[in-house]
Design a protein around this ligand. Sequence first.
Ligand SMILES: Nc1nc2c(c(=O)[nH]1)N[C@H]1C(S)=C(S)[C@@H](COP(=O)(O)O)O[C@H]1N2
Ligand SMILES: [Mo]
Length: 441
Amino acid sequence: MRPLPLAHVARSLAAVGLVELALATRGRSVLDDLGEVVIDHSPLPLIELGVQLMGTTDKPLLRLQSLAALVAGGTALGARVAPDHGRVSRRTTALGVAGVGALAAARVVLARQQPRVRAELARPSAAADDWASTPLVTPVEDFYVTDVTMRAPVVDADAWRLEVEAADGTRAVLDTDLLAGLDLQERQALLACVHNRPGWDRLGQQSWTGLPVPDLLAALGLPVPDAADGSVDLVMEGADGLVMTLPWPEVVARLSWLVTRMGESPLTASHVSPARVLTAGLPGQYGGPKWVTALRLRPAGSVTASWVARGWPRGPVVVPLMARIDSLGTVGMPPRLPARPVPVDPRGAVSGVAWAPAHGGVAGVDLRVDDGPWTAAELAGDLGPDSWRRWRAPLDLPPGTHELAVRCRAGDGTVQAGTGRPPYPSGADGFHRVRVKVARA
Ligand SMILES: Nc1nc2c(c(=O)[nH]1)N[C@H]1C(S)=C(S)[C@@H](COP(=O)(O)O)O[C@H]1N2
Ligand SMILES: [Mo]
């Protein structure tokens, strides 16, 4: 094997670093652009596997891949063009170090341009937390973020415009001033990603302020289709180019909302200023785009949503009903896999949340120990069918190792089946199971 031409590696690193740093000041990144090319051209099963294994750490990994590919390409090219100049000298070492430095500096410059998630929401009071281990309202800084782009677009609220187009082609344009004059209401709802699996935390509960899309059309003086008019789709465009569509009857029945506030505060940059569309009961990728820039009524089926182009069903897919055990510290994304069973007090209690926003809300949660029967847990007060609900159940366990499992029962009579099906194509189902251990007395 020939030795790696390290000098060319160093030169390539320096070249990529310099280009990256020069572009960073303009908010661009070769590594991110390449990462997006990879995402756009990867087959769906590969993307699903990536999400399953890496959760949201997939982006740093994609950048590293891009860097490796560019440096490998540069090295190969360098070794061909100048095979004799591949020896490491002080100068090439310095070049390599400078390249790595430039890459790091570029990341800092790019990160500076990304608005921060502001943690302005009041945390739930201690009393509210006594009941269960889960905050009733997910703090903004803990709320999951799913962006399809490598970096979130930066949308200037002053320059933001929402183009609204009726079925007959008449249009209106909304800006933040006009928006402030509209009659906005607050609503509690859960937002979940279609990739959420049993025991994951790719979902959150918040109160959202905004107004239903049909009311928005009316407020702008645009004709509003009949609630049952299936001949039109609502086509929703995000500033990052993401397009989603919903049949008009779904928009009306589920009350798709134009949302401008999350909890007490205006939407933070990542969740996401200045406005988004949210549809209770539908996973994020079906319910509406963040950084929404246009809402258009178009003939049903005439526009293909970005997810459909990527192989997802037209749907809309709904949020599957599920229950989660939060108090044993096993929740996470990707899930924390405790190597050993979680030690528990045999007469202790477990608690968590359950949700069934597409099935009339949570009517019950059941706990099962090993192969025993399902027994009903105690439920906390209800925020409404679109929200999650907290539950708790006492334990009465003999010494040894046990498996706890939870399931959700919904208001419409649906009982969670726990089939173990993956997120693609219609959302994951499976019981959240946790192994516990009771010490011998
Ligand atoms: N414009 C735009 N809208 C989007 C996305 C996106 O990447 N761009 N991600 C979608 C997905 S997959 C989900 S799960 C939710 C995530 O919203 P959050 O990041 O505020 O939690 O937004 C949805 N809307
Ligand atoms: Mo998602």
